[in-house]
Design a protein around this ligand. Structure first.
Ligand code: SF4
Length: 355
């Protein structure tokens, strides 16, 4: 295979590329791609798993709401085991917290409709990919006159957090900055997010930081081809779309317009990273009746102090370098969010190593 030969014959300066998509992380590990690369090309995961970047204050708030006998929390399964500042939703459920697990946000509509005596609160977590579905949920609830549905939002957008990572991608020795060996030399742009935003969304970042961004598909060969492209594009601040079957330059305008109608930009807290201006989405004032109290969830306290999720999410260390990995922290006993979701870097690493 020519691409593999090209990569394996690479003898240039050490390069580190970040994949900013949980599905890429899972596919990279599932396909054993790190072992196919020469030692001078390294892949690190970024903050692309929505469950992983959710702060503990958000989990705590869900638990608080679910403990009220009038409410029922509706969520995806992954969220159940994310540690809050002291316990997870799953543990809270065994203490009386009312929680229902669903596979689609639209299921919350059915639950609320069937039981008007309770308020159903959906744990609305996600990136640009899932936000259009939440917009549709609100729109449907309005049209059907369902008044007992709420969202607790923790919605994020990708460009601001990538901007944050690039801005801290310095070789200065200042605290909080990446050292030279941690420097990122290019990004595998998030594939699913790019379907909605379009590849153009990453052009300002590519130009600002002089780094290549490659939009890639999810097959092993597609990922390898994108890595080879990142090697070839070194020194060029540009975006290359290698997933044209799903991603266009302008993205999905219908989904973008639906989101803009219901949501507006806001600051958001990222687990371990902190608050990043303009990196979130909240319900517009006209729709605040659907809000379960999402404002002020900007803290990230508690949890296991030895957990290194923040450094994993910033690509500073690999999961194996966390002292808890495979010891106190396993998929059965997750100490941080990165070990919970199948798209989390620590879970994915654990699974690929067959532990
Ligand atoms: Fe956090 Fe566990 Fe990953 Fe360590 S191995 S960074 S404790 S999730």
């Amino acid at each position: 295979m020519k691409i593999l030969e090209y990569l394996q014959s690479y003898r240039g300066k050490p390069l580190r590329f970040m994949e900013v998509c949980g599905t890429h992380t899972a596919e990279i590990n599932r396909n054993g791609i790190p072992a196919l690369l020469p030692p001078s090309i390294e892949l690190v995961s970024g903050p692309g798993c929505p469950v992983c970047v959710t702060v503990s204050a958000y989990i705590d708030r869900l638990i608080e709401l679910g403990m009220d006998p009038e409410n029922c929390i509706v969520t995806f399964g992954d969220m159940l085991r994310v540690p809050g500042s002291s316990i997870s939703l799953s543990e809270a459920r065994s203490r009386g917290c009312s929680v229902r697990m669903v596979y689609s946000p639209m299921d919350a509509l059915k639950l609320a409709k069937a039981d008007p005596g309770h308020v159903y609160i959906f744990a609305a977590v996600g990136f640009e990919t899932t936000t259009p579905v939440y917009a549709l949920l609100v729109q449907e609830a309005l049209e059907q006159g369902i008044g007992n549905l709420r969202l607790l939002t923790s919605l994020k957008v990708m460009p601001p957090v990538i901007d944050w990572i690039c801005a801290h991608n310095s070789d200065s020795a200042q605290s909080g900055e990446a050292c030279e060996s941690q420097r990122i030399h290019g990004f595998l742009a998030p594939g699913h997010v790019s379907v909605i935003t379009g590849s153009r969304a990453f052009e300002p970042l590519a130009r600002k930081y002089g780094l290549p961004f490659v939009v890639a598909g999810f097959e092993g060969e597609e990922i390898l081809a994108a890595i080879a492209a990142l090697v070839k594009l070194q020194g060029q601040g540009r975006v290359l779309n290698m997933y044209p079957s799903a991603v266009t330059e302008e993205g999905n305008r219908t989904a973008q317009e639906r989101v803009e109608r219901i949501f507006e930009p806001c600051d958001a807290a990222w687990r371990g990273i902190g608050v990043i201006a303009g990196s979130g989405r909240k319900l517009r004032k006209e729709y605040e009746a659907f809000d379960a109290g999402s404002a002020s969830l900007l803290e990230d306290e508690g949890g296991n102090p030895a957990c290194c999720c923040a450094r994993v999410l910033m690509g500073r260390i690999r999961p194996r370098e966390c002292p808890l990995f495979g010891k106190a922290c396993t998929p059965q006993t997750p100490q941080g969010a990165c070990m919970v979701s199948t798209e989390g870097s620590c879970f994915s690493c654990w699974q690929s190593e067959g532990l």
